[in-house]
Design a protein around this ligand. Structure first.
Ligand SMILES: C[S@@+](CC[C@H](N)C(=O)[O-])C[C@H]1O[C@@H](n2cnc3c(N)ncnc32)[C@H](O)[C@@H]1O
Length: 564
């Protein structure tokens, strides 16, 4: 707690302004010379330093290994290339910025004919050397500069700090995170309607902002770290062409603001908020300062207070119908169910969908995060920090730590909360599937044709849409699986499986299986239920309504969809 208060006092809520002067942030890439940024973009494009270009040079498998933090296959490809008579120039940026290796001044001058090694030094992309530098002097990367490609944005280059594999020792505490697994997860699960104002809370190197720019008129990107904002500014300007921003009027599309959590945007409202916040639970220590904390993952609060605070406060920052998507950890305490505390954090008037994707024991959690910042390289410190973690979790009776996806919407009504655990493999990008699922959920809640008691319907039905009058189809990615004991007359197990999105599997009763097989859009759900009751000789007056309640769940989960 002390740490975050201290930061609030020093960081303030400054808008970074249009000038974009990063001179105050000496150890981040520089944007002072716009001409050099243009030269660099031209050199990188000429080198074909793109995801496709690097994969073609090193081989798809070696490149895939790099995305798993394994640098050896790409390193071997570079060494082999350098032994060749006429090495490809792409080796230079790969060696430098992906592997954290060294490249000679002469080689850099050849590979970057417009920018030159001197220009790379001015941009602070390589470590500085004083005076005239001989051609055989070896130059070292100061940052990572990674090609990134996404359907929404095209090919980008993204600068961040060098990671644990590219440099020795424990990470610096103000490490600016590159594009990691969590960044990609959030980018892929984000539902992307066209919106006016979007907020990227804790922007880091700017990865979420780059995606937001493809569907938001304006993005406010905040971070407590001035270095993170300097990296984001550099990345925005370097990629201004692909991101369709005017480098001379950046603020027309993006506002970069320094400050803690929601302070820099107090009193404002957004149509969409995305955040991969510093949610990592970290044992607090009375003597620690903000400088002791790994800013990229630790917001300085105790336990899961960062996530609980955001869930409580974010809905109030949204426009009516506005949404927020974030990733988070939550503590599962005292033998209670995982979602009990989360439900208590949410204010009235919030629709929420929380998907728990992973659960770790306190021990597994400690090990994961001590490894993440390379803290496991110092044995004594590792043992101390491990013990701190276990004591910290024990002090709050933490049984386990959950990780998952959070979707929030400001609702005009009291709000509905849906919490579910889906730990099996899913299909990314999930965003379009979540969007469809949310639309189906709204459709089910809305009054339908025959609902209500007034002729013509249209009245809000507290139970939601009456499916009796609706035509349904089996979703395109759904298949049925039947299992039966050898010789058995009927299947003992009937399953529906989704091939896409959340890839759910559901167990069907015989009646439900019969219902699903008749969903071809020809009969209403009520007609199918009636026909099944007649076929099965059912006299139970509740047969149809019970069946339609189960059908409702199949629609909610996307096995059945409304016919167009
Ligand atoms: C996990 S990183 C996410 C970076 C990036 N958005 C992504 O998706 O990869 C969390 C970011 O939050 C920032 N941060 C840490 N504490 C913060 C705070 N109290 N307020 C705002 N940002 C904070 C860190 O500097 C870091 O850039």
């Amino acid at each position: 707690m002390a740490g975050i208060e201290e930061r609030r006092g020093t960081a303030g809520d400054k808008d970074e302004g249009a000038a974009g002067d990063t001179a105050g942030v000496a150890d981040a890439p520089s944007v002072l010379d716009r001409g050099l940024l243009v030269s660099l973009a031209a050199d990188l494009a000429a080198l074909n330093y793109t995801v496709g270009g690097v994969a073609a040079f090193a081989g798809e498998e070696a490149y895939a290994a790099l995305t798993r933090d394994q640098i050896v296959p790409v390193l071997l490809a570079c060494e082999e290339e350098l032994r060749s008579e006429n090495p490809s120039m792409i080796v230079a940026p790969v060696m430098l910025w992906l592997l954290g290796g060294q490249v000679s001044q002469g080689h850099l001058d050849l590979a970057f004919p417009i920018t030159g090694a001197a220009g790379l030094q001015s941009l602070r992309l390589i470590e500085p050397l004083d005076g005239p530098v001989p051609a055989d002097a070896m130059r070292q990367a100061a940052v990572e500069l990674r090609p990134y490609s996404s359907d929404a944005d095209g090919d980008l280059w993204v600068a961040s700090d060098l990671g644990a594999l590219q440099r020795p020792g424990v990470l610096r505490h103000d490490h600016v995170l590159g594009i990691g697994g969590a960044s990609l997860t959030l980018a892929q699960i984000t539902v992307r309607p066209r919106v006016g104002r979007a907020l990227d809370l804790g922007t880091g190197c700017g990865i979420q902002t780059f995606h937001l720019l493809s569907h938001a008129e304006h993005v406010t990107a905040t971070d407590i770290s001035p270095r993170a904002l300097a990296f984001t500014r550099f990345n925005l300007l370097l990629n201004s062409g692909v991101l369709r921003i005017d480098p001379e009027a950046l603020e027309e599309r993006v506002s970069l603001r320094q400050g803690s959590l929601l302070e820099p945007v107090a009193g404002e409202r957004f149509d969409l908020v995305v955040s991969n916040p510093p949610f990592v639970i970290t044992p607090r220590n009375a003597a620690e300062t903000a400088g002791d904390q790994f800013t990229y993952r630790d917001g300085g609060l105790a336990g899961d207070d960062i996530v609980s605070g955001l869930l409580a406060d974010l809905p109030g920052m949204l426009t009516e119908g506005g949404t927020a998507q974030l990733l988070g950890n939550w503590e599962i305490r005292g033998g209670r169910s995982w979602d009990e505390r989360i439900r208590q954090w949410l204010p009235e008037g919030t629709d929420a969908w929380i998907i728990q994707r992973e659960v770790q024991s306190p021990l597994q959690y400690a090990e994961t995060w001590l490894r993440d910042a390379a803290e496991n390289r110092d044995r004594d410190a590792y043992a101390r920090r491990y013990a701190d973690y276990l004591k910290d979790f024990a002090s709050r009776s933490v049984d386990a730590v959950g990780f998952g996806y959070i979707w929030l919407r400001r609702s005009a009504g009291p709000g509905t909360v849906r919490c579910e655990e889906i730990t099996h493999e899913i299909e990314q990008p999930l965003g379009p599937h979540l969007a469809a699922a949310l639309t189906r959920g709204d459709w089910l809640r809305a009054p339908g044709e025959g609902s209500g008691t007034t002729p013509g319907g249209g009245r809000e039905n507290p139970a939601g849409r009456d499916l009796t009058w609706e035509y349904l189809l089996v979703a395109g990615d759904v298949t049925e699986e039947r299992h039966q004991r050898p010789g058995a007359e009927h299947p003992g197990v009937i399953l529906l499986r989704q091939g896409a999105g959340l890839r759910r599997t559901t167990l069907l009763t015989t009646e439900l299986a019969g219902f699903a097989s008749a969903c071809d859009g020809e009969l209403t759900a009520g007609q199918i239920a009636g026909a099944l009751a007649a076929l099965l000789g059912e006299n139970d007056p509740l047969f149809s309504s019970n069946l339609l309640a189960m059908v409702r769940q199949l629609v909610l989960e996307g096995f059945l969809i409304p016919a167009p």
